[in-house]
Design a protein around this ligand. Structure first.
Ligand SMILES: [Mn+2]
Length: 316
C-alpha cells in the first residue's frame, strides 16, 4: 500500500513532515509518530516535524521542530492529514524539493506534487501511519504509540466514529499492548483553558433552532472579539449542539477576521460533506466544514436550505 511513499523516503536524507492549519490531535500525533518511527529506522537521516503541534501534549509526546528555509528546499516534504499544500500550516512546504502525502480525507485531486496514499475509510491519519509501520516492519516506540493513539482517539471523538470498527479497535489494542496509557492521554486531552467556559456560555446563549431539523449558532467578528477568541475556536465547539432530538444536523458559523464565513457542521445520519464541498470546503461524511469569502444572510440561508434538503431526502 505504501510502496510509493517508502521509495521517496529512501531517496532522501532530509525529510520534513508537514501538517494542516490549526493542528489537531491527529495532525500532531501523526507527524510526531512518523518522525520518530522513521528516525528509528534511518538514524543517519535528518527528519523533522514542523508546525505548532498541540502544546498540552509536549511533555508526554514531544515538541515540534524548527527548520531553516534552506533545509526545506533540499528536503522531501511529507504532507499528513491534509488534502494539499494549500491547507498546510507551514507555507514553506511548497518550496520543498519533492513531495509525498498520506491522508484519510476524501480525495479532492488537488495534490499533484508526488505519490499519495489516501484511505478515507481510515479513522485517522494516525491509523494509516500505524499501517505504514506495520507493512514495513518498523518499530513503534512508546512515544510514537502514544501519539498514534492520541490521533485515533481525537479524530473518532473517543472511538465513537469509524467505518471499520474492527480495524480501529485492533490497532488501539496493539498500541495499548505497547504500553500506551489511555487514561493519561484522555485526561490531558480534556484539559481546557478557562476561556472555553465563556465560549460555551456564548454558544448556548445563541442557539437557533430551524424547524426543518437544524440547530445552529452564529458568531459575528465583534462578538468573537469581545470574548477574545478566534473563529477557529468558535467553530471548534460543534459538539455542544449535538444529540438534540429532532435536529439531525448541527453547525456553528463564525465571521472570520477578514469578513468571511467559517462553518463547521456535523450530523449523525446525513452527509454534510457534500454540502461543505458545495461551498468549497471538505471533510468527512458526518463532519465537514468550509470557509467562504462573504459573511452574508443569503449565504446562511443557502446553507440552511441545503441542510434541510439533505434531511428531507434522507427521510424519504
Ligand atoms: Mn485527521
Amino acid at each position: 500500500m505504501f510502496e510509493s511513499i517508502v521509495s521517496k523516503i529512501e531517496q532522501y536524507d532530509s525529510i520534513v513532515i508537514f501538517g494542516h492549519l490549526n493542528p489537531d490531535g491527529d495532525c500532531y500525533g501523526s507527524q510526531i509518530a512518523l518522525r520518530n518511527i522513521l528516525r528509528l529506522k534511518y538514524p543517519h537521516k535528518k527528519i523533522y516535524a514542523v508546525g505548532s503541534g498541540l502544546k498540552k501534549f509536549f511533555d508526554i509526546i514531544g515538541k515540534m521542530d524548527e527548520v531553516s528555509d534552506e533545509f526545506i528546499t533540499q528536503s522531501l516534504a511529507i504532507v499528513l492529514d491534509s488534502n494539499d499544500l494549500n491547507r498546510l500550516e507551514d507555507k514553506r512546504a511548497a518550496t520543498a524539493k519533492d513531495f509525498a502525502k498520506i491522508d484519510h480525507h476524501i480525495d479532492t485531486f488537488t495534490f499533484h506534487e508526488g505519490p499519495e496514499v489516501i484511505d478515507d475509510k481510515a479513522t485517522s491519519t494516525c491509523e494509516l501511519i500505524y499501517l505504514f509501520a506495520q507493512e514495513n516492519n518498523l518499530e513503534i516506540d512508546l512515544v510514537s504509540a502514544s501519539a498514534l493513539y492520541l490521533g485515533m482517539m481525537t479524530d473518532t471523538a473517543r472511538f465513537q466514529f469509524a467505518t471499520n470498527f474492527v480495524r480501529m479497535f485492533e490497532i488501539a489494542k496493539n498500541l495499548c499492548a505497547l504500553g500506551v496509557d489511555p487514561i493519561l492521554l484522555n485526561k490531558t486531552n480534556n484539559l481546557v483553558p478557562e476561556h472555553t467556559l465563556d465560549i460555551k456560555a456564548f454558544i448556548y446563549s445563541r442557539i437557533i433552532k430551524d424547524k426543518r431539523g437544524i440547530v445552529y449558532a452564529v458568531a459575528t467578528k465583534k462578538e468573537r472579539e469581545a470574548l477574545g477568541v478566534t473563529s477557529q475556536q468558535i467553530v471548534g465547539n460543534t459538539s455542544l449542539l449535538s444529540y438534540v432530538s429532532g435536529y439531525p444536523i448541527w453547525l456553528i458559523l463564525s465571521e472570520t477576521d477578514v469578513g468571511g464565513m467559517q462553518c463547521e457542521m456535523r450530523s449523525s445520519i446525513h452527509n454534510v460533506q457534500r454540502i461543505a464541498t458545495h461551498f468549497g470546503g471538505g471533510g468527512h461524511e458526518f463532519a465537514a466544514g468550509f470557509t467562504i469569502k462573504e459573511f452574508k444572510p443569503e449565504k446562511i440561508e443557502e446553507l440552511l436550505n441545503m441542510c434541510a434538503e439533505a434531511i428531507k431526502k434522507g427521510n424519504e
